[in-house]
Design a binder for this molecule. Structure first.
Ligand code: PAF
Length: 278
């Protein structure tokens, strides 16, 4: 695995691969890698001749400066995890390479970012859309791999790739969970031992509500029971617990083909998100 910081190095390597007729997969990350990221790398490895992992802590997607400051930077450990996985290039650009002085462009997808996490994190998805557009153009990847845990992000990226005719296939990858159901996230490392024990309640109650709705219970009843149980377990606040269409994210009254149940909730100052198909 080679580590490149310069775009010119990356471009030269990708040009050689493309001249040799090889396909390129990319896994964009912000580092602090866990088994969820590694499953994306495995999917990229299985589907592509060459694999690039990008590691860039994107300042433009943090709505709070303290969150950017707190974000773990673990490049050495990340590189060690990637080394045995058949990754060809780890691309770790400096912020100035991504956002040079005078940078004045923003990619905004209309509509999709207005709800769910976007409604609680102003500007977050513009930051994601801008950096992902740049990373896809920089790497020239034929396919890009994203986790379904960040479902809203995935839909926004699908939309921008279509709208901007970026010649890259967006490949969704199943959420990886701990044995107790908690979705893997770099934020889980910030949970206290007690909160870590309580955290799987979020997914458990979502699954219970989904089963109750599938069994015919009215969605408002199923969701209010889930809300109460999540708060009882020690979560301090629920940003949302809503049924929406998986593609357009339009609100739905209850289960329907393609519907998802989405949640974001706070425990011990850590915001966890999850979603399940209904
Ligand atoms: O999901 C993430 O880790 C980030 O939002 C991404 C896609 C790497 C963009 O910075």
């Amino acid at each position: 695995m080679r580590t490149f910081r310069d775009l010119s190095q990356l471009r030269a390597r990708v040009r050689d691969w493309k001249e040799a007729g090889q396909s390129v997969g990319v896994v964009p990350t912000m580092g602090a890698l866990h088994a969820g990221h590694l499953s994306l790398v495995q999917a990229a490895r299985a589907a592509s001749d060459r694999v690039i992992v990008t590691l860039f802590v994107n300042p433009k997607q943090f709505d709070k400066p303290e969150d950017l400051a707190k974000y773990p930077r673990t490049e050495e450990a990340d590189a060690k995890l990637l080394q045995p996985m058949g990754v060809d290039v780890l691309f770790t650009p400096d912020p100035a390479a991504i956002y040079p002085p005078g940078f004045a462009t923003r990619v905004t997808v209309a509509g999709l970012p207005d709800v769910l996490c976007g409604a609680h994190r102003p500007g977050h998805f513009d930051g994601v859309a801008t950096v992902v557009t740049k990373l896809l153009l920089m790497t020239g990847a034929d396919a890009a791999f994203f986790g379904e845990k960040d479902w809203q992000q995935l839909q926004i990226i699908r939309r921008l790739v279509l709208d901007l005719n970026i010649p890259c296939r967006v490949v969704p990858c199943t959420t990886v969970r701990e044995p107790d159901g908690l979705a893997l996230s770099s934020r889980n490392a910030r949970l206290s031992p007690g909160d870590r024990l309580a955290a799987p309640t979020l997914h458990r109650e979502m699954a219970k509500a989904a089963a109750a709705m599938a069994g015919g219970m009215a969605s408002d009843k199923a969701l209010s029971a889930a809300r109460a149980a999540i708060l009882r377990a020690g979560f301090s606040e629920i940003d949302y617990l809503e049924v929406r269409a998986g593609d357009t994210l339009a609100p739905l009254e209850g289960p329907a083909p393609g519907a998802h149940l989405f949640a974001a909730a706070w425990i011990g100052g850590v915001r966890l998100i999850d979603n399940i198909g209904l």
